[in-house]
Ligand binder design. Structure first.
Ligand code: FES
Ligand code: ZN
Length: 323
């Protein structure tokens, strides 16, 4: 072989390496390889039906934007809806909103914008004052989960597609494993049917796609994305595990797929046959799903805390402080 030719088509000049395969290919073959794997994942788990209205929540980062781009390319006829939640994070959210607006305009996908400060009267930044300093991200996560579901109902979506990729899945699985949270592992599925009648299905089409390959795809196809992390982001155990995996990958480039297969084919079936289903109920305040005993979801608990700050009646009990 002439060394500079694409290893797949053997015609075009090789331009880029497929990291998980360690072969150099041309742009066209890279795109085909990348998109086919996503298509296979979607088909294998029967993620999308032709009549579905599929929502993609854009964060402004590479994963969700790449997902929208690929869905539009693979399924030009499905009803796609992009959504952006402006979380009111100063010096950050507005910039992301502009980026996402431009992206959707060029891609010709309708975009729905939900402005949290305007609609609900608080910003994610406000959670800094709840004394949960390092917990801004987890408050944000609880609020986003609530909004995903609320907006999905408003827009009558059947499916929400999220940008969780292979590295996310494996690092979260390992982190739960180290904590002994086996039920949590069993819940990490590529396609989650609605748990209650008025809920939507959640799918992860990038479930088998390594993060690095998403980055290369985004750059190759000029998908605009913001590289700066949210100012509240902190180093979580899952992120440390991700770094560790990258090192292990130098020795064995299939390690993530091996781990995924051990988890999904061996461990999860074992867990499922040994555990009873978790009891879920609906939050008495907002009506969303919660596993909490007192039937108040974690989002509503955080909001209560914000209200206490506004009324200057915040007196945290020791347990709340350590939560
Ligand atoms: Fe939610 Fe950073 S994006 S806290
Ligand atoms: Zn609630």
């Amino acid at each position: 072989d002439y060394p500079f030719l694409c290893k797949i088509c053997k015609k075009e000049k090789a331009l880029i390496e497929i990291p998980s395969q360690k072969i150099k290919v041309c742009k066209n073959c890279y795109n085909n390889f990348f998109e086919n794997r996503i298509k296979k994942t979607i088909e294998k788990y029967k993620m999308i039906k032709p009549q579905d209205k599929v929502g993609v929540f854009l964060s402004g980062g590479k994963d969700s934007s790449t997902l929208l781009f690929v869905l539009k390319k693979l399924y030009p006829d499905i009803n796609l809806q992009a959504i952006f939640i402006n979380l009111g994070i100063r010096y950050y959210s507005d910039k992301l909103e502009d980026l996402v607006k431009n992206f959707c305009k060029n891609l010709e996908v309708p975009l729905f914008i939900y402005n949290l400060p305007e609609k609900e009267g608080y910003r994610i930044d406000d959670f800094i004052f709840t004394y949960f300093k390092d917990k801004v991200c987890s408050a944000c996560g609880a609020i986003k989960r609530y909004l995903f579901s609320k907006i999905a109902k408003e827009l009558e979506l059947n499916v929400i597609a999220t940008g969780h990729h292979l590295d996310d899945t494996i690092s979260v699985m390992l982190n739960l494993f180290f904590q002994g949270d086996f039920l949590g592992i069993a819940k990490l599925q590529p396609s989650l049917p609605p748990l209650f009648p008025n809920q939507v299905k959640k799918i992860k089409p990038l479930y088998t796609t390594p993060e690095k390959e998403i980055l290369y795809y985004a750059i190759l196809n000029e998908i605009p994305f913001e590289n700066f992390k949210c100012p509240h982001a902190n180093v979580t155990p899952s992120k440390k595990i991700k770094e560790l995996l990258t090192k292990l990958e130098d020795e064995n480039r299939q390690i993530k797929y091996q781990l995924l297969s051990v988890f999904t084919k061996k461990l999860i079936p074992l867990i499922k046959s040994n555990y009873k289903e978790e009891v879920l109920s609906l939050c008495i305040k907002c009506g969303e799903i919660t596993s909490s005993q007192d039937k108040i979801c974690s989002r509503c608990k955080r909001i209560e805390l914000l209200e206490k700050i506004d009324n200057k009646t915040l007196e945290l009990t020791k347990e709340e402080f350590e939560d």
